[in-house]
Design a protein around this ligand. Sequence first.
Ligand code: AMP
Length: 542
Amino acid sequence: MAEKKKFQAIKGTRDLLPPETDLWNRVEQTAREVFGTFGFGEIRPPIFEPTELFARAVGGETDIVSKEMYSFEDHDFGELEKLRSVLLIRELELENPQSASLHKGQLTEFNAALEAGMKGRKIPVTPENERALDDLKMHAARIEILRRDYTGGEWQARERFNASVTGIRQALRVVEFGDVISLRPEATASVCRAYIEHGMHALPQPVKLWYTGPMFRRERPQKGRYRQFYQIGAEVLEMVPSFAAKDAATAGGAKSAPKDAAVDAEVIEMVMAFFARLGLEGVKLEINSIGDRECRPKYVELLRAELLKVKDKLGPDSQRRIETNPLRVLDSKLESEQAIIAGLPKIADHLCANCAAQYAEVKRQLGMRGVAYAENWRLVRGLDYYMRTTFEITAQGLGSQNAVCGGGRYDGLVELLGGQPTKGIGFAIGEDRLILSLQEAGKGGTALGRDVFVAWMGEKAQATAIAAAQKLRAAGFRVELPPVEQKFGKALGQADKLGARYALILGDDEIATGQWTVKTLADGSQAKMSEAEFLELLRKSL
Ligand code: AMP
């Protein structure tokens, strides 16, 4: 007999169950409604995409891409992959002719299959694969000769033999049998890809899209941080007309500053309106400008120079980031680094004229819209593609993982992914955390109740009960219809447990007279009425 195995959801993932899923649906429906009033349409991109897309968009140096993505090769060459593993594992002995010829045979088989796959375009014909195939063929031929030379007394052949074995291993590792794809760690890259793929630049601009769905990051799970989590996000994309392309190349000149700022402010206003509609509590909006391609690199260099001066006083993470991404040092929560960070140069003092003008305008626009904010010069965001306006929103009841929304401007990302010069601004809300905060504030909602519990007895009554349930459900009421006859006492007990509002009692008497007995469970009162009267009562009371 098969061993009894207890399956569990994978670490960092979880089941969302009723009644909690009611809240999830309410949140998503509210997003649909609120975003709709701002002219956003819903987009549903696929959950996996080429890894390359995320590497390009999110940035190869970010934690997300370098270590948190779930990636796999997508191909039909399972057998060939196994053969590769065999070839990689085996120790090849120069003195052992049997092992060498077995190896040679399998390597030749591997090479032939690889070559055929590439010829048939089933295995990607990339420069890496082509070079690997050449190397493998060359080494396969050479190994046999070297072994013969060696047995023939040529002792130096050993060194060349070992070099070839290493060469084979290296080439084998390089081969990719199919496209490497990843579960999406975020959706902005997909939305931009879709904008390009479907020629959305030809639609009236800007194009406003929103999405909701699962994202995947291999992070260390904790409260409010999961490996499969959900985001609700929105993006505004606007192709830059060609006469202004030069302007856009420097990511929007002075002329576009007021317009961009108004778009930024409206997007932020929309998130805040969404949170307000949900009744989210303790909402705090922080904003910053992180400059553009012109002024940010200069600031980053200045920051790096200043950080180098205090390197010894920083922790290992920050020390490493001086080289890789000095801006991220500003993110540090390490107590010992706070005083040092407070003394570092602030980007607001180093923005170019365009960026400074736009930042000032964003603040003015938020003011006009009645959106309260705080400036935080240390807000930099983890992803590479952001520029200028960045923002983060926190809510209460979440402990250390209290960011519910992050967003910012990313002009240039669409172009980086092969599209035309395009401006972009967007945000992503962590839905899990949003839900958690609502629950902590007691806005979680209650168990799915029933409007009507149909307590029936007798064969004739069952037919009437079924017909009644059909009518009530068609009218949109939640109805529980027991599959088998129950004693009235038991039926009423179950109705109570399910949180039903009314019990519809159908027995011989009710069928004969056409007058139904309706019990209001909250106060135990009972009344007789016709079907039409009962429907009317439900409509009025629920
Ligand atoms: P990001 O895409 O990193 O800018 O994150 C946007 C928002 O998604 C954050 O503010 C969080 O609310 C949420 N988020 C990011 N990573 C996770 C995670 N691993 N688990 C739950 N929520 C997350």
